[in-house]
Structures are given as structure tokens and as C-alpha cells.
Write a protein that binds this ligand. Structure first.
Ligand code: F6P
Length: 320
């Protein structure tokens, strides 16, 4: 394979730039040319292609966001859109593609591989950690660390005022950001889409913790359940402690990637290009039990995400 394309798609995630760098540098190592496709599949449909050299990716390993920019592209779901995408690849002689993004982006990659025969490798880049086949997605660790920083600050002021903080984190339909930031921040309660909540039970946990000497409570709620404001209102109607909502929002999608995300980016990017160099396509890369793995893209996208109930129970046991 002599020429490959690279795009980032869907919501951005810290570590995407480090992955772009790893893809470009590995491709150059194997003597391939790399074309960057701007604005995800939208740029592929509209022929927004830039050649990338060794120096195009200098000084970006530490940067959040994505140098190639990104977009959510509904046209890629249509046959006409897909044909335009393939026409752009053919026009530039691009023989293989690396797609960095989440499950929506992988669906586009799957179509290109399966229906149009374009060897495509997916790198899981999303803060949501909502892909079953990989233990971690790129950007999740940094996003959780950003949430922790904010929750630490909330704990200060909540303790001074003896309040309850309801903190909303992202994750779409997945509760992993809430689960990990809840455990790591010492939150008393997490509310996730995977487990039904009972407001009376939450109130009784809060009362129990106050009776045992606590001066504040942190509740981390995943956006897939409801917004912090709505939940805080509901809770305020059944407790006399003062409740304050905070929505962390898009802050958790930005910032310099953590060491863990930079390491994932380096390994995912490198592995993706190695696979193309070996003539393989239609695969995704990931990490399982600390080993970098690759898997058939169709198999990977059809796996249903499971929730880690053991971690949830751990939180229940150590949080009070
Ligand atoms: O998929 C990443 C994510 O940040 C989700 O957690 C969130 O639901 C969504 O994207 C927000 O999307 P947008 O940036 O388009 O508002």
C-alpha cells in the first residue's frame, strides 16, 4: 500500500492529535504517503484533502482537540454520500483509510470496507468509553481526570456550606465517565443509565452519611439519565439539605491528553498503520488486559456494551 488517508470523526477526544501524529509518522516509516482528510466524513465527501509530512504533526502530541477538525456527517449514511466518499478516495489514489472516532464513525468505516472494498482501520476515539471490544477508548482517561479536577473543587465549597452537589458528566448512553469519576473522586452516589435509581434510597444514604459525620455529598449523574438541574430539583423536593447542580459539559472534551491517552494514541496509531502495511483492512484496534489488539470491524461494532457492576458495587461499599 503506497498511499493512505486519515480522518477524525464524531465528537473530538483528547489524544486524537497524538494518534494523528503516530499514524503519520508510522506511515512515513513504512514509506507510505499520508493524506489528511479534514472535517471527518464531511471533508471526504467534499474533497478536503491535505498531504501530511513529518513536520505537519510536530508539536501536537500534547494538544487537545484534533488538528484535522471533525464533524458529524449524516450524508455518510446515504448511498449517494458513500459513493462521493469513495470517488474522493479514488481521485487521490488513496488505497487505505484510518478512521479515528466512536461507534458512529465506525459504521462509516464498516460501509467503506464491506460495501466498497476500501481497507479501513478504526481507532476508538471518544471520551464515552462506550465500545465493548476495547477496555478503554482514546480520550476517556483525560475526560475523567478533567471531571475529577472539577469535582475536587466542588467538594471544597460543598463541605464549607454543608451542601449536596449534583454533577452531570457526559457519556451519551454510557455510564462509564460517571462510574470512574465517581469512584476516583470519592463521590457518595453515582446515577447511571444502566441502573435504575430510587430517590428515597438516595436520600436515606445521604441522611446516613450525615449522621456519620459527613458535611457534604457528591452525586455524579450521567447525562444519559437526566440533566443535573432536573435531578437537583427532584432531590431538593425530598431533602432539607441544600442541593446545587453543576453540568461539566464540553470542558471535559478539551485539554491536553493524559499520559494514559498519549500512550494509547501512540500504540493505536502505530498498530493501525502496521495492519495496513501487512495488507490487512476492515479491522479496529483496541486494548484488552493491557495488550493492544485488533479485531474484525463488523464483530467489534456488533458487540453490546456491558456495565461493570463489580465497580459499581465497589463504590457502594467504600463511598460512605
Ligand atoms: O460522544 C462524545 C460526546 O461528548 C457525548 O458524551 C455527548 O453526548 C456528545 O458527544 C455531545 O455532542 P455535541 O458536542 O455534538 O454536543
Amino acid at each position: 500500500m503506497k498511499r493512505i488517508g486519515l480522518l477524525t470523526s464524531g465528537g473530538d477526544a483528547p489524544g486524537m492529535n497524538a494518534a494523528i501524529r503516530a499514524v503519520v509518522r508510522t506511515a512515513i516509516y513504512f514509506g507510505m504517503e499520508v493524506y489528511g482528510i479534514e472535517r471527518g466524513y464531511a471533508g471526504l465527501l467534499n474533497d478536503e484533502i491535505v498531504p501530511m509530512e513529518m513536520r505537519s504533526v510536530s508539536n501536537i502530541v500534547q494538544c487537545g482537540g484534533t488538528k484535522l477538525r471533525t464533524a458529524r456527517c449524516l450524508e455518510m449514511l446515504t448511498k449517494e454520500g458513500q459513493e462521493r466518499a469513495v470517488a474522493t478516495l479514488n481521485k487521490h489514489g488513496i488505497e487505505g483509510l484510518v478512521v479515528i472516532g466512536g461507534d458512529g464513525s465506525f459504521r462509516g468505516a464498516r460501509v467503506l470496507s464491506e460495501q466498497y472494498g476500501v481497507p479501513t482501520i478504526g481507532i476508538p476515539g471518544t471520551i464515552d468509553n462506550d465500545l465493548e471490544y476495547t477496555d478503554y477508548t482514546l480520550g476517556f482517561d483525560t475526560a475523567v481526570n478533567t471531571c475529577l479536577d472539577i469535582i475536587n473543587k466542588l467538594r471544597d465549597t460543598m463541605t464549607s456550606h454543608e451542601r449536596i452537589s449534583v454533577v452531570e458528566v457526559m457519556g451519551r448512553h454510557c455510564g462509564d465517565i460517571a462510574l470512574y469519576s465517581g469512584i476516583a473522586s470519592g463521590a457518595e452516589i453515582i446515577v447511571v443509565p444502566e441502573i435504575a435509581f430510587d430517590i428515597e434510597e438516595i436520600v436515606s444514604k445521604i441522611n446516613h452519611s450525615r449522621a456519620n459525620g459527613k458535611h457534604s455529598n457528591i452525586i455524579v449523574i450521567a447525562e444519559g439519565v437526566m440533566g443535573a438541574e432536573q435531578f437537583a430539583k427532584q432531590l431538593q423536593s425530598v431533602t432539607s439539605y441544600s442541593v446545587r447542580p453543576t453540568c461539566i459539559g464540553h470542558v471535559q472534551r478539551g485539554g491536553s491528553p493524559s499520559m494514559a491517552d498519549r500512550m494509547l494514541a501512540a500504540q493505536f496509531g502505530n498498530k493501525a498503520v502496521r495492519l495496513l502495511a501487512e495488507g490487512k483492512g476492515n479491522r479496529v484496534v483496541g486494548i484488552r488486559n493491557n495488550q493492544i489488539i485488533d479485531m474484525d470491524i463488523i464483530e467489534a461494532v456488533s458487540m453490546k456494551k456491558t456495565f461493570n457492576h463489580e465497580l459499581y458495587e465497589t463504590l457502594q461499599m467504600i463511598s460512605m
